[in-house]
Design a protein around this ligand. Structure first.
Ligand SMILES: NC(=O)c1ccc[n+]([C@@H]2O[C@H](COP(=O)([O-])OP(=O)(O)OC[C@H]3O[C@@H](n4cnc5c(N)ncnc54)[C@H](OP(=O)(O)O)[C@@H]3O)[C@@H](O)[C@H]2O)c1
Length: 298
């Protein structure tokens, strides 16, 4: 029985490697620095060395301000500076609430992120969403300046179409290293819209956001009876639960995605590693895809 899940580290560009599970800081807001540090340490101990945040985190989920999640992570790093070298630190910019996007000032956005985080360099900087009104040559110029100043090691994109990625790449003198799309057993789009194909063609590391569909894949309430039934059968065979199986599903694509864990509950963060012990066959993954879509593949 061939297992489609690889628990090997993923390459992020040529010089960095990250674990198959990463940790996301979207919901790491409205708590003390000590509590945030405990969650970051739990994630790092569990092998989630990619720590993913964004300047806008804090505004829309449980927080109260743009920059709140970065500022809290910055407080953690100031109190426990040894953690910096244990992580591949990733942030994002380009969403300007109310506008809503501006990729013509990524230099300013990244500088502000560095200040909030209290670090001199980001390992990965991602364009959070495509700015429809900035020419990709201008976006590329911003990224080039960030690279040559040493403020960012590598760059990625998030929520872009393959043609938007291609247009940006055409103006860059270096390769993009990652794409962060939404992907889960309830959100299969990157499998079909060319995003995963482009990642595999160009060695972009896939960073899957909301692998539990924001919690909807933690219990059967939001699932169709068909999907709930298929997943329950696999859970029973693998002696696991729905959340763990859902993370495992994200890992079982040939692009070898990294699933970005978003829980703020230490026990759940640790438990996420059980996804690496699940075996998923071609049949299992096709069963989940077809049950999720509600129709058989042709
Ligand atoms: N690029 C983008 O546009 C974008 C957008 C959204 C997110 N992201 C990234 O993706 C990361 C993950 O997203 P996400 O937070 O939506 O991830 P997720 O893993 O899909 O959802 C996490 C949520 O599920 C809840 N949950 C309920 N039962 C759970 C269980 N058994 N195990 C684990 N969690 C359970 C968690 O609650 P508790 O906290 O109470 O455990 C938490 O609220 C973010 O932190 C961010 O870094 C990126």
């Amino acid at each position: 029985m061939q297992n489609l899940i690889s628990s090997q580290p993923r390459n992020l560009g040529k010089e960095m490697q990250i674990g198959p599970l990463g940790y996301g800081c979207w919901r790491l807001v409205a708590m003390s620095a000590a509590d945030a540090q405990a969650r970051i340490e739990t994630a790092l101990t569990a092998g989630m060395n990619l720590i993913d945040t964004a300047d806008v985190y804090g505004l829309d989920w449980g927080g109260s301000a743009f920059g709140e999640a970065e500022a809290l992570l910055g407080e953690v790093l100031r109190k426990a500076p040894h953690l910096r070298s244990q992580m591949i630190l990733a942030s994002k910019g380009g969403i300007i609430p109310g506008i809503p996007y501006d990729s013509a000032n990524l230099i300013g956005a990244c500088d502000a992120s560095l200040t909030r985080l209290g670090v001199e360099q980001l390992d990965l900087y991602q364009i959070h969403r495509p700015d429809l009104l900035t020419h990709p040559a201008e976006t590329a110029r911003q990224l080039e300046a960030l690279k040559s100043s040493g403020k960012v090691r590598e760059f990625g994109i998030s929520n872009h179409t393959p043609s938007q990625v291609e247009a940006l790449a055409a103006h860059l003198p270096f390769a993009l290293v990652s794409h962060q799309p939404e992907y889960s057993a309830l959100t299969l789009a990157p499998m079909f819209n060319g995003v995963f194909d482009q990642c595999m063609a160009n060695n972009l590391c896939v960073l899957a956001w909301s692998p539990l569909a924001g919690g909807r894949l933690a219990d059967t309430t939001h699932l169709s009876d068909t999907l709930a039934g298929v997943m329950a059968e696999i859970c029973e065979r693998e002696n696991t639960d729905l959340a763990t199986l859902s993370l495992a599903f994200c890992l079982a694509h040939p692009s070898n995605p990294v699933a970005i864990v978003g829980s703020t509950t230490p026990a759940r963060i640790s438990a996420a590693t059980q996804a690496l012990d699940v075996t998923l066959t071609r049949q299992d993954v096709y069963d989940i895809i077809q049950a999720s879509q509600g129709v058989a593949l042709p």
